[in-house]
Design a protein around this ligand. Structure first.
Ligand SMILES: Nc1ncnc2c1ncn2[C@@H]1O[C@H](COP(=O)(O)OP(=O)(O)O)[C@@H](O)[C@H]1O
Ligand SMILES: [Mg+2]
Length: 271
């Protein structure tokens, strides 16, 4: 058998052991530092397709940085990242920019344009990147607003909306181009417990109404972890400290995880 003629099988997409689903996103030994600040320190993480993965961990532990890598906004110093069977880390900058179209992102502060109406905030990516007709856009915006519980809010501006409503508009905008992946960066931070629970429910509804969509939620909200996650990854100092289904975390005996889950001041993590 001559090496030269060997057929190279594409690497098979692995199965996520926690959910039994094919892996949509794979981090393999990812390192990222900013100067002397070592944020990701060999991150290995599997994100299952068609499920909700919740990444938890203390502030500053590298959760947002982890998401920015898969959106192609940051490149790792070392390690590889795969989207399905494609190695993202081998992409040119140009190809990496096209990858961003496959993601919808709900930012922590909703990141709406204050001078634009709700309609324009949601429709903006369609004007910019598609040739959809005004009528089609109208229908799409109305459908999305209905899905996030804000029917008829097209003409409002962000300053007229509560924090919870702004996050819902942010979600509608994230969905407007029918992304394959939806990333939520602390979607409930700053909301009262009832609005936070409503947002969690909306995340589950969004997942259920779009079969195949892959959701990643960054949170330090244990309600989210226990009620919406199919898989939980607990990040400490830029690596996955432990992962499993939500029930696994509820009764975890590890002192560090127990402290986080119960929100206790007593334990190995110092304030
Ligand atoms: N572009 C950047 N330049 C320098 N430092 C950064 C940058 N992005 C993030 N960091 C630092 O990396 C650490 C992890 O940030 P981040 O992932 O946002 O944390 P979190 O887990 O709270 O989302 C923080 O200390 C932050 O200051
Ligand atoms: Mg963050």
């Amino acid at each position: 058998m001559s090496r030269r003629h060997r057929y190279e099988e594409p690497e098979p997409v692995p199965i996520d052991p926690v959910t039994g689903q094919p892996v949509a996103i794979r981090y393999e030994g990812v390192y990222k530092s900013f100067g002397e600040h070592h944020v990701l320190r060999g991150l290995d993480l599997l994100i299952p397709a068609g499920k909700i993965t919740v990444i938890i961990g203390r502030s500053g532990t590298g959760k947002s940085v982890t998401l920015k890598h898969v959106m192609g906004l940051l490149r790792p110093d070392k390690g590889r990242i795969f989207l399905g069977d494609e190695e993202l880390t081998s992409f040119t900058d140009k190809k990496l920019r096209t990858v961003r179209n496959r993601f919808g992102v709900v930012f922590q502060n909703a990141a709406l344009f204050d001078s634009m109406t709700v309609y324009d905030n949601i429709a903006f990516p369609l004007y910019e990147h598609t040739r959809m007709k005004r009528k089609e856009i109208d229908t799409k915006v109305a459908t999305l607003l209905a899905q996030v519980g804000l029917s008829g809010s097209e003409k409002k501006v962000p300053s007229e909306l509560s924090g919870g409503m702004r996050k819902r508009v942010g979600l509608a905008r994230a969905l407007v181009r029918d992304p394959e992946f939806i990333l939520y960066d602390e979607p409930t931070t700053g909301l009262d417990p009832i609005l936070a629970a409503a947002m969690d429910q909306l995340i589950v509804e969004t997942q259920d109404s779009r079969p195949g969509i892959t959701s990643v939620v960054i949170s330090h909200d244990m309600h989210a972890v226990l009620h919406i996650a199919d898989k939980v990854a607990f990040l400490v100092d830029g690596v996955v400290y432990d992962e499993g289904p939500p029930e696994y975390f509820r009764d975890h005996t590890d002192p560090l995880i127990h402290q986080f889950v119960t929100g206790s001041l007593e334990g190995p993590m110092k304030v």
